[in-house]
Design a protein around this ligand. Sequence first.
Ligand SMILES: *Cc1c(COP(=O)(O)O)cnc(C)c1O
Length: 341
Amino acid sequence: MFEIRNITRKNIIKMKPYSSARNEYNGKAKIWLDANENPNKSNSNRYPDPLQLDLKMKLAQLKKVNPDQIFIGNGSDEAIDLLFRAFCEPQLDRAFIFPPTYGMYKVYADINNIEIVSLPLQDDFSLPTINVIKSQIQSTGLLFVCAPNNPTGTMVNKQKLKKLANLFYGLIVVDEAYIDFSEEESAISLLDEIPNLVVLQTFSKAWGMAGMRVGMAFANEEIIAILNKIKPPYNINSQSQKEVLSALNNPKMVQNQIKIIKKERAKLIKELNLLKVVIQIFPSEANFILVKFKNANRVYKHLLNNGIVVRNRCSEIKETLRITIGSPLENQVLLNVLKKY
Ligand SMILES: *Cc1c(COP(=O)(O)O)cnc(C)c1O
């Protein structure tokens, strides 16, 4: 049976976490002389809440989980790093990825001295078959499923996730950075069913707050407790906590922006398909599209010469550029520039 204890590094189980001033006392007081702060009032003279409780209460309500099933990180990238540090024994455990996918999984694996095992996506960018995965996978470590996947835009269905969960006893990390642009519902609904599931989301993409550096991990209470145990004490600054909470209290604006971005995505796909230089556009459930061009490197340079930067993915997927859906005006300029190519 799956037990968190069995997959947690022994040094992490044993260690005593740092206890910050605000950890030791966080009730009400008239005078705070416990954290060596400057007493002169400003927006930021006090340390932030180390456990971001206001934010978690709101998120718990929205995502239909308990507050102690939520970890908040300095971007979801911080959660990825902490997962390696807590649940992968260097040079022993492995991390499994389905490339082409988000580059940071391998970077954090390398930093943490964890071997990466790559199980490439099929030609249509769907996950390898269960039999292929079964033959390659070991029982511990981390397995990353990016859904929708960056840079392909492909979604992974829940049935497949359940099957994966049946053959892997490490942690299955489903990275949902782009879930708000997809028609599928989040894997958060599977948390009760799959005890070794971690779902990552972020405020950096659909929520339009990349500069705030706030990401989320949802998992069972024991996994979250371990992430909290090893995180830097004040990992989310006060301003970020405040602005993210205020965005969650007024979701209308963002919901409207997402609607426009999805409409623009459809329009851009339609218009790009009319261009001779475009060979193929892969279906996307994210706020970007992966496009195969006749000579993508030349198209890339042409765009750069016209002041437009897209992401060149040729080294991973032949003749492709990843294009973020911009504002209606930006997308129109992109199309005009490509028409002149
Ligand atoms: C952008 C991105 C992230 C990073 O999110 P932050 O919260 O900004 O750290 C994570 N995963 C994927 C797949 C991404 O594309």
